[in-house]
Design a protein around this ligand. Structure first.
Ligand code: SF4
Ligand code: SF4
Length: 300
C-alpha cells in the first residue's frame, strides 16, 4: 500500500481538480482509499459525490473556563492573557465583575489557569470539528470539517489519514490518495508525514512558482520523493519554462503538463472528475499520460 499526496503550496492551482481526475483513473485499476485533507475548506466531495456513513466528533484542543463563584476579582488572568480572550461581562458591576472567556480568542495556552491564585480556571476539552467516513463510487472516502476559528487542523488531518490507513490495511486498498491542504503549514506537514510520495501541482504564475518552491523545500525537509505536474501550462510559456528549469536543476521528474481547459469548470458543475466527464478532451488525455508516467515509477 502506498500513500500519494497531491500538494500545491497554494490554493487555486487546480490541485483538487487534478486529484479528482487521477482518482477517476486510478480507481479503474487499483483498490483506492480517498482522503480530503483540506479540513479547513474541504471540497473534493464536489467532484467525488459521496454518501456519509459514519460521523465522528473531533476534540483537538482545550479552552479556559472560569468559575466565577471561586473568583476573587484580582484581575491576574486578564492581565496575563496575551490573546485578550478574557472579558468582563458588560452588565456585571465593577466591584463584582463576571468574567468569561471568548472561545474564538482563547488559544488554550493555560497561562491564566496556572496564574490564577484561586484555581478558579479550568481547561476544558472543546469540540473543534467533525470527520466523516463516506462511501463513493471510487472508494471509501475520509474527510472532515474543522469549525471556523478553531485550531488543530494538523491534528485533524493526522486523525483522518491514520483512519484511512487503518481502513486501507483492513480492506487491502493498494493506494491511499490524499488531496492535500494548501500552504506549507501544520496540515501539510501532517499530510506529508505518512506519505510515500508527493505530486506537486504548480501553475505558471509568479506566485505559483514561489509557492511551488516553498512546497519543494518542505518535501525536501521530509525526504519525500516528489513529482511535478504543471497545470494550465499554456497560460504563460516563460513561467512554464522556469518551472521546468527548476525541476531539471532539482532532479524532479515532471509527470506531465495540463493545458488550460474550460471543460474543467463544466466537469465541476456536473460534479464529475474531468477524466469521467470528458475523457477525450486534451486535458483528460494529458492526465491519462500523467497517470501512465506515475504508474511506471510507483513501487509497491
Ligand atoms: S485570576 Fe482567578 S481569581 Fe483572579 S480574576 Fe482571574 S479567575 Fe478571578
Ligand atoms: S488559556 Fe491562554 S489564551 Fe485562553 S484565556 Fe487563558 S491565557 Fe488566554
Amino acid at each position: 500500500m502506498i500513500q500519494i499526496s497531491i500538494l500545491s503550496g497554494k490554493g487555486g492551482s487546480g490541485k483538487t481538480s487534478v486529484s479528482a481526475a487521477l482518482i477517476g483513473l486510478i480507481a479503474q485499476e487499483f483498490l483506492l482509499t480517498l482522503v480530503d485533507a483540506d479540513v479547513d475548506a474541504s471540497n473534493l466531495d464536489l467532484l467525488i459525490p459521496s454518501a456519509i456513513q459514519n460521523e465522528y466528533d473531533f476534540f483537538g484542543g482545550k479552552a479556559a473556563e472560569i468559575d466565577n463563584d471561586q473568583c476573587i476579582h484580582c484581575g491576574v488572568c486578564e492581565h496575563v492573557c496575551r490573546f485578550h480572550a478574557i472579558k468582563q461581562n458588560q452588565s456585571s458591576s465593577s466591584l463584582n465583575p463576571i468574567l468569561s472567556v471568548d472561545p474564538l480568542l482563547c488559544e488554550g495556552c493555560a497561562v491564566c489557569a496556572q496564574q490564577c491564585p484561586q484555581a478558579a480556571i479550568a481547561m476544558r476539552v472543546q469540540k473543534d470539528g467533525v470527520w466523516y467516513i463516506s462511501h463513493s463510487e471510487f472508494g471509501t472516502f475520509f474527510h472532515a470539517h474543522l469549525f471556523a476559528g478553531h485550531e488543530n487542523s494538523g491534528k485533524l488531518v493526522s486523525t483522518i489519514i491514520s483512519a484511512a490507513h487503518e481502513h486501507a490495511s483492513s480492506n487491502a486498498s493498494q493506494i491511499i490518495l490524499v488531496d492535500g491542504p494548501p500552504g506549507i503549514g501544520c496540515p501539510v506537514i501532517a499530510a506529508c508525514n505518512q506519505s510515500d510520495l508527493a505530486i506537486i501541482v504548480a501553475e505558471p504564475t509568479l506566485s505559483g512558482i514561489h509557492d511551488m518552491q516553498r512546497m519543494l523545500d518542505t518535501t525536501r525537509h521530509f525526504n519525500l520523493p516528489v513529482f511535478m505536474v504543471i497545470n494550465k501550462f499554456d497560460l504563460h510559456d516563460q513561467n512554464t519554462e522556469t518551472i521546468l528549469e527548476i525541476c531539471r536543476q532539482g532532479d524532479i521528474p515532471v509527470l506531465g503538463k495540463i493545458p488550460f481547459d474550460p471543460q474543467f469548470n463544466q466537469a465541476m458543475i456536473h460534479a464529475q472528475p474531468i477524466t469521467q466527464f470528458s475523457p477525450t478532451s486534451f486535458s483528460s488525455k494529458s492526465i491519462q499520460q500523467i497517470w501512465h508516467n506515475l504508474k511506471k515509477r510507483m513501487v509497491f
